[in-house]
Design a protein around this ligand. Sequence first.
Ligand SMILES: C[S@@+](CC[C@H](N)C(=O)[O-])C[C@H]1O[C@@H](n2cnc3c(N)ncnc32)[C@H](O)[C@@H]1O
Length: 292
Amino acid sequence: MTNPNQPTPKVPLAPVGGDRQSPDISRDTISQEIQNLARTPTEYSHAIATFMRRRTHLSQYAETALTDPAFAPYIINHGKDLGRLGDVSNITDLRVFFKDTPNGENAPLTLEIGFGMGDSLVEMAQAELARNFVGIEVHEPGIGRTAYLSHELGLTNLKVLNGDAIALLNNLPSEHLDTVQLYFPDPWQKKRHYKRRFVTTDRMTLVADKLKTGGIFHSATDWEHYALWMLEVLDNMSEFENMAGKGNFSPRPDSRPATKFEKRGTDYGRASWDLLYQKVQPKAIPHWAYAS
Ligand SMILES: C[S@@+](CC[C@H](N)C(=O)[O-])C[C@H]1O[C@@H](n2cnc3c(N)ncnc32)[C@H](O)[C@@H]1O
């Protein structure tokens, strides 16, 4: 059994606890898979969803939050009916939703993609009241539960959205967000599903564009193959600088509470790996590089 208090390991990475998870974890193979994916035409990859919508039980609390107008301050949009994916095509600015709140629209803004049941997002919003948080999910029980908890706690700095994060990001202006967090994204373990992974060069180019220069992308996973995959994708993007140095995972920041998926992984004896990247100015190409 892995000790959950153990610090996040640095590279080189040994399999920690549980089974080894993936048959081929060699960095060369992972790099080759990523390059193969990069050759997929962009229009095609944009049509591939990173999520699978599940029909799960809606608790009474979640249903109340999704239907009672008292919860409207916490929910930016709904699906057309209960059980439908929300339309984010008209959402072109997230800051505007905080205009009439104590923080206002210019406070630092974090977007969490795929917050699941929302406990860790609510805890973060409660711990950092001067920062605004928006969470986007496709899973309605989580959207309702998060709105319910925010209402219970009287939070004014957290709002949730129902919809596809890729569609949302496509509509936002460049340099809009201070932080993007993606905790325990679906690992899409089978090779034929790698194209559904949220962290691909294509999707992360979109994320980088929406982050302010100096802004942070923070991810964590308990899936070893995906941890190495993210490292390979992000270390090779000129828009990002690995805050732990190329090739390294970051120690888990105290500010990141354990999520529901993470706790489940810990129960199976799995470790977690955090990745923290800062958006940097693209490096100017020296004039001599143009010389033939
Ligand atoms: C494995 S779960 C992790 C949930 C939570 N972060 C946790 O750690 O407990 C991944 C979540 O991401 C959501 N998701 C995946 N792709 C998404 C997208 N494009 N837009 C919004 N949510 C997405 C899924 O619905 C799912 O709830």
